[in-house]
Every structure is written in C-alpha cells, then in structure tokens.
Design a protein around this ligand. Sequence first.
Ligand SMILES: [Zn+2]
Length: 427
Amino acid sequence: MDVSGRTLLDEVAARRAELIALTQDLIRIPTLNPPGRNYREICDYLAARLSGSGFRVDLIRAEGAPGDSDAHPRWNLVARREGAAPGDCVHFNGHHDVVEVGHGWTRDPFGGELDGDRIYGRGSCDMKGGLAAAIIAAEAFIAACPGHRGAIEISATADEESGGYGGVAYLAERGWFAPDRVQHVIIPEPLHKDRICLGHRGVWWAEIETKGRIAHGSMPFLGDSAIRHMGAVLEEMEATLFPLLAGKRTEMPVIPEGARQSTLNINSIHGGEVEQEDGYTGLPAPCVADRCRIVIDRRFLIEEDLAEVKREVTRMLETVKSRRPSFEYEVRDLFEVQPTMTEKDAPVVRTTAQAIEKVLGQSAGYVVSPGTYDQKHIDRIGKLHNCIAYGPGILDLAHQPDEWVGVQDMQDSAGVMALVLSELLAP
Ligand SMILES: [Zn+2]
C-alpha cells in the first residue's frame, strides 16, 4: 500500500492538539543542565508515550560519563519500532536537556503557556518542540502506514548543552548509531522549518600560558611579568592572527554570514594574583605576575586542517618569542571537534528537501551551524555520515528569555518528517 502525502499530512494535522499538549508536557519537566535535573522523569514520560505507540523502549544511563552521579544520573531513551519487512532505520534524535532560565522572563519558564500560535518556555524552541514534532510525525506515519518497512527510532538524549558526553557520545560509543542498525538521522534542532542543516564548523579550544617570575611589585625589574608577555601575545594576535583568520572564507553555507570564515574568541584571561572573594575588604599584595593564561576558542572550516590551525598559533607565539628574550609559553589542548558537512545528495538530505518542497511549496535552504551539536558524535564516533539537523523553531530564540516555538512551524515540520518516513519506509 502506498501512502499518499495528503493522507499523511491530514494525519499530522489531526494531531495538532496532541502536538501542543505533548510540547507543553515536555516543557513542564524542568530538565535543567547543568546540573542535569529530572532526566529520569522526562525519559519515563516519553517511555510511557512511545511504548503506547508500539515502540520498544530502552532507558540507558550514561554511567561514569562527565556529570553523571546518583544525584543527577544521565538518563537517555532510545525507542525503536520494527516494521513489517526489512528496510532502513530512520532515527530522530532530540536532546531533552535545557539551559538555565536566566533573567528577563515575562512568562513562566516551565509553564508551557500557549498564547496564540506560540508555546512559551525554556526548551520550547531548543528543542522540546522539535522532539514533539518528530514524535507526532512518527505516530502519524505509523497510523497511515502500519505495515511500513525497516524501523523507526526516536531517542531523547542528555547533556547536548554541555557537550553530549552523557548523551549521544555515550550511545554512539556503544554502537547505538552504528551504520548497520541506523541508516538515516534527523536531529530536530531549531533551524527553521524550511532549512536543512548539513553540519558544523570545527572547534579547537586551547589554553595559552605565558610564564614570568614573581618579585616585589616595587621592584618589578627583579621579576618578569607574565602579564606583559601576554600583552605582547594579544598585540601580535591583533596584528597578524585576526586578519589572517578574517581572510579565510569557506564554501560551507554557515549561518549567520559573519561565521562564514575562521573565527577566534578569547574566552577568558587570568594573570597574577587570584581574584579575592566578593566579601574581601583587604588590599591586594604587590607582586609581579608569574603566570598569565588565556583560553581561546578557535572555530575552523572544512577547508582547514586542524594541525595547521594549531601551527598558526605556535608560529605567532614564536614570533613574539623572537622579539622578547625571556618569553616562555605553553599551549595546552582542551577540546577539539572536526568540522562535518553531509553531502547534498545524501539520501536523508534529498528526501528532506523534497518533503520541504511538498509541505511548504518552496525549495529548501541549506545551512551549516557556526557551533557544534550532537551530529559531531554521530559522525565521528558512530561513523554515520547520513545525518542532518532539521526542525521547527527560530534559532535566535534558543537560550533567550521568553523562548517560544510556533505551533504551525511544529506542525509543518512534523509534516516534513512524516513525508521523509513515508519516502524511506513505505512498502
Ligand atoms: Zn539544542
């Protein structure tokens, strides 16, 4: 039996009230990360729902992962529904954690308030609305096509907001995204219902330390100031490194436009005496700083090589060293992620683009994320390259006060995801 696209979109539309209620329920479970609250509660809620829809559910605790403890266990859910005949597995992955509330809200951040077309709340846009849309898409497809081929999987995973090590990375390391069990992955992150996100830029975080010698502040010539050395590093960075990076443009369709080049942020700078607690009323001590550290966040392009990215920094430091006889430094790697970009002709990209055209009557846009998300683990650890981010919600609203997700956007993207299922799994 073939499923007509129209029937399927009707099945999705008929579930609009359910889509709203599901999104509200998910928002009302405050899965704040850090520290990782209520992960078990949200997994239990989803387990009950999905087993009711014919899914076999596994709850997996990422024991020993960063952040995992008995007080805040890292729970993940993977639900799988086998079809009537062999075929591909389409997997929807949503992170269930949300970032802190922050200030400036005029709505209850965990109320799930519906006002007109909008549902408000922390995580509504990033990304409980997307997770709800994927679930409704799957349920609508199953209703229209109970005898489908292959398998549908839905996962709700922990800790995306803090790197995904207690979530997708943990599952990928244990084979949950192995290419012999999952063939297509859609991550319904909030990237607008008409755009397909193909991947992300690379990341290198490092700490650079300059070294000096402590001495009395009244006789600085007896010491060697690590802060002055760092000043020279920062000057060299302004003079040569930032212009070099600005000149490196990418063919990746990164959004926003400003991120379509190499970038570097200095996350922090610390030097000399440690800062005292707020209540400290004494004076600082007069000392020459013997250590100064910065943490850099370098985002690199698919056209760049990580080894070369690191060499650029070393070369810059060597230039400073050649001018300052006592200059000594150390560079420590903190974190790195390779850039990734799925090809436009990959099956999940092509099918999603066709579905967007059918539902929205316009051709799909292609974007690349300036920062990383869980695709990095699926691609790198799971070795599954046929993966995109596609989901409802306006990216800019993520992590903001009064975050919201549009009901019509959710419904439209659920329609797109249901059509993708139909294209890949209908008998
Ligand atoms: Zn997210």
